[in-house]
Design a protein around this ligand. Sequence first.
Ligand code: ZN
Length: 264
Amino acid sequence: MLPYYNGCVDSYIVRLSDTLITHDSRILLEHSDVRALGLNADDAVDLGLCSNGRRVRLLTTTPEFEVTGAYGTRTLRDLLRSAPEADFRCAARAVHLAHWDTTHQYCGSCGGKTERMAAEHARKCLSCGAVVYPRISPAIIVAVIRDGKLLLAHNARRAHGFYSVIAGFVDPGETLEECVAREVREETAVEVQNIRYMSSQPWPFPDSLMIAFICEYRSGEIEVDGSEIDHAYWCDPDNLPEVPPRPSVARSLIDWFVAHHADL
Ligand SMILES: [Zn+2]
């Protein structure tokens, strides 16, 4: 069930195609902003109580909507780097749910039209009654440590020069620990042990949940597959290459390694 709101202030996130409308760089808009933009607050969809304690509601404009004056637009990736974390989390939730809404307009069982349910984040088929819930795609991300060095890899499909820790989507029927071992093995031919949970991060590009681990090297020598990973190596903490920006969970793992490598 969606939570009961007691005295919460309404905030609005306004979506324009694949961007969000901002006011003086603020992503959480007030009721007065909704009026100034000529939108109707009654059209907003409740997103549930987000992490900053505000009741956040989502409005979606038409692609032709013109943004003027103090209002502008930002992509979710822009906001990842610039917005306060609590605001970004609200925007991430909004974009994740909006993406799911727009891609689940029809039933996967019978092809009938679906409609949003009022009491929870779900859609119900008007023909067969099937209920579907927002898709969340779990993916592991892992820092593999060997003698005080960190396993970093370069993604062959990315043009940028970032090196990062190993990551990959969880397969059906697989535990998170099995996924960690498989991804590291598939991408670098290295075997790992002592897998420990570290943290998690919603990653709405478009619907992932990153689950971060640390683990130890057990055996094997690095051998990359060449298609997904084109280079991997054991990185010294004093000589990091270009790595993902904060506040990604990949960067959190790398920062953790740099801070704790002496104890590893
Ligand atoms: Zn159906």
